[in-house]
Design a binder for this molecule. Sequence first.
Ligand code: 5GP
Ligand code: MN
Ligand code: MN
Length: 325
Amino acid sequence: DLSTTIAEAARLLAGARDVTLLSHINPDADTLGSALAVGLALHRRGVSVRVAFGEPEAVPESLKALDTAGLLVHRDEVPAQPELLVVMDTGSLQRLGPLQDRVAGCTGPVIVIDHHVSNTRYGTLHCIDEHAEATALIALKLLDAMDVEIDEPIARCIYAGLVTDTGGFRKAGPAAHETAARLLETGVDAYGVTRPLMDAHPFAYLGMLSRVLARAELDQKAAHGLGLVHAVVGMDDARGVRSEEVESVIDVVRSTSEAEVAAVLKELRPGFWSVSLRAVSRVDVREVAQVLGGGGHRLAAGFTFDGAAEQVVAALKGALERVES
Ligand code: 5GP
Ligand code: MN
Ligand code: MN
């Protein structure tokens, strides 16, 4: 069970000299916050530590404040044969992007800390709790098992992951709120963490958003009156804004009351899409995403897709039609 594997992970990390922590591509605050929190604790104990992710090249600006000790390195600085790997919030090897070969290259344990139902069980030790609201909560359990004192820089990382994956605590249960209180008591500036993560965008965001939202479509006939709202962010729309702006479009689209399912199709290259899916309660969007080669959670999932945007919309409508009433 989880406490056994966490104890084993804590034992392995207590004897480690060199640890590489990996986050998934297109990193969010859950994957990076978890890696940086555990990385910081190890760094303070004299372990040689690096944290990396496969892509993009640069660290998302909104996440930079989490790396108080400068542990993030470019993916090229990750050794081909790491001694010990900790992989955070990453359901499958593909989600490591260009760093996935480091898992096979690793000469020691590969510890996987995750909360995705779809986790494929790559690696050698699995600290996986699909009921955890954030991987950061499992990372905190590991830190507790390692007898790490949770101070502000560590708590800030865990809090950032928790606030992100619970949708700003909208979906958080009592345990997550209790944990949040524990983290804030270390001195974390709650709004100082959440505003850059969730609220702050450059002015160009408004122009991008207005163009994209003007073309959004509602398909209310999809499946038993369950609506589908979808929007496309083309490469032209995304020019001049950061990835954070593009990633946050789904949070506007999903706020439509008609939308049981919300989808945003982001054009990465001509004809190649990254798709974000959200559901309110009735539809398991992870199933839809998984059929199309992606994954995620019941109410938040994603996949990448090679082809026309219309094909993705057709696939989503088809999936909605198959939902049992
Ligand atoms: P987002 O829409 O915020 O990028 O992702 C929502 C959820 O879906 C996250 O939990 C993320 O792990 C998962 N997800 C997003 N894109 C992909 C993908 O391409 N493959 C897989 N396996 N999961 C994805
Ligand atoms: Mn994540
Ligand atoms: Mn997560």
